[in-house]
Design a protein around this ligand. Structure first.
Ligand SMILES: [Zn+2]
Length: 112
């Protein structure tokens, strides 16, 4: 899209991957890493205080790059980390060396 910076395009490619996997639930959609390294996109939800909403993390199992979003709707019956999960619990699901791209303020959903 015109006017987007390279970092916005990169973030948006990750957002698209999230939207496809999230929108496809309960079907498990396998996507190649947007970085083009042949890795697979992984997804994990972290339950928020209110049921049904929380954070989502998507990342590549090869390059350990990804994005996260706050206040997303978690699909019914999707596995999720409990609200208040410890760092150890999170590290078991999301590799601790994963580097998350800084959120894009133009795309980040507004608070509700
Ligand atoms: Zn990758």
């Amino acid at each position: 899209m015109a006017g987007m910076t390279a970092s916005q395009r990169r973030w948006e490619a990750w957002f698209d991957a999230y939207a496809k996997i999230d929108g496809g639930w309960p079907e498990r959609i396998e996507l190649p890493c947007p970085e083009g390294d042949g890795g697979r996109v992984q997804i994990a939800y972290l339950a928020g205080r209110e049921g049904g909403k929380g954070m989502v993390f998507v990342w590549c199992d090869r390059c350990r790059t990804g994005i996260f979003l706050h206040r997303v709707r978690i699909p019914d019956d999707a596995p999720r980390l409990p609200h208040g999960a410890t760092e150890d619990e999170i590290d078991k699901i999301i590799p601790p060396d994963t580097v998350f791209l800084p959120p894009d303020p133009a795309i980040e959903p507004l608070p509700d």
